[in-house]
Design a protein around this ligand. Structure first.
Ligand SMILES: [Zn+2]
Length: 326
């Protein structure tokens, strides 16, 4: 047995021992040490899948050779860098520790498409989709945002909280559901912004973290043909918002603003004198609550219980399951 040469950086094995210490002595062991010939063959297979836009697991993602994914490269560079180096991002490192240690880690998949679009995390397939034609800083930022969603499911808050179980047969109210969802979204943006602060804003091709939102004309409702101020698209700097108003500022932004619908090149789509909009986050959560959370409650609750048992089996406590947002 030996560590595969040139495929698994020293940084990753350091990280594995670091995350073991951080999480628990009893945490799941990672299978990074293998017979080197097997690993080389396996790495070719992983690369083929990656290039064909097929999903790969976190373990496979971590085995991609240098130069294939700027996300893995940035993570390895960070691990190998000293504190205060411009390559160091403790937040990005934590994102990977979390991905490798959450109880459903083996089920998470990553896929790189060939698009310019920013893609999402799909909770139904547990897949993080990376817009492979995005700039390097944007790939890293959006990956970290979606990885936050992939590794935080609020299973305790939404399915296992004894208060919910006693009072409402275990089902969260719409307000409780909205709170959990908004909280998770705000935290995902916070991760994205911290990585921008620590790492990506110093990279070539970096842009401020933003989201295109509709700015209604101040004269809406008093329109005189042709001369009124029309609706515009605003691109607020979310890092500045966070730095001045903290997570409450982000929370208000997501609650109140209407995202503008963008085409494949990131341009706002016009509609008459205004722009097409996406449903707001609040509207999305209300729909999810009715169409997904309530009807699937029992099935999801039993998954939540399985995940908790797996977590407890690694020597953790119930309050850690709650506090860590699992
Ligand atoms: Zn999100």
């Amino acid at each position: 047995m030996e560590t595969a040469k040139g495929t698994i950086s020293k940084g990753i094995s350091d990280d594995i021992s670091q995350s073991r210490n951080l999480i628990s002595q009893k945490s799941e062991s990672y299978n990074f040490v293998k017979d080197s010939s097997d690993v080389v063959d396996e790495n070719e297979e992983i690369l083929t899948k990656w290039n064909a836009a097929q999903p790969i697991t976190i373990k496979e993602f971590l085995r991609l050779k240098p130069g294939v994914s700027p996300i893995i490269d940035a993570y390895r560079n960070s691990l190998a860098s000293e504190v205060n180096s411009s390559d160091k991002s403790p937040t990005l490192e934590h994102v990977f520790i979390r991905l490798q240690n959450c109880p459903w880690s083996d089920e998470i998949k990553i896929v790189r498409n060939k698009s310019n679009e920013q893609k999402d995390y799909n909770p139904a397939t547990m897949t993080i989709e990376i817009g492979g034609n995005l700039s390097v800083p944007r790939q890293i930022e959006t990956f970290a945002h979606e990885a936050y969603h992939a590794s935080h499911r609020d299973l305790f808050k939404l399915y296992l909280n004894p208060v919910l179980i006693q009072n409402k047969n275990g089902v969260a109210t719409l307000d409780e559901y909205r709170n959990a969802r908004f909280g998770a979204e705000v935290k995902a943006f916070e991760i994205e912004i911290k990585i921008n602060q620590e790492l990506t804003s110093k990279m070539e091709g970096s842009n401020p973290i933003t989201m295109a939102v509709l700015k209604k004309s101040p004269l809406a409702g008093f329109q005189i043909q042709g001369i009124w101020e029309k609706d515009t698209v605003a691109l607020p700097n979310l890092r500045k918002l966070y730095e001045s108003q903290g997570i409450s500022g982000l929370w208000r932004f997501l609650r109140d603003e209407k995202p503008v619908r963008l085409d494949a090149n990131g341009k706002a789509i016009r509609q008459g004198d205004s722009y097409q909009t996406e449903t707001s986050y609040g509207e999305r959560y209300d729909k999810q609550y009715k169409d997904w959370y309530v009807p699937n409650f029992n099935a999801e609750r039993s998954i939540a219980e399985q995940m908790r048992q797996k977590f407890l089996g690694r020597g953790h406590t119930n309050s850690e399951f709650e506090d860590w947002g699992y």
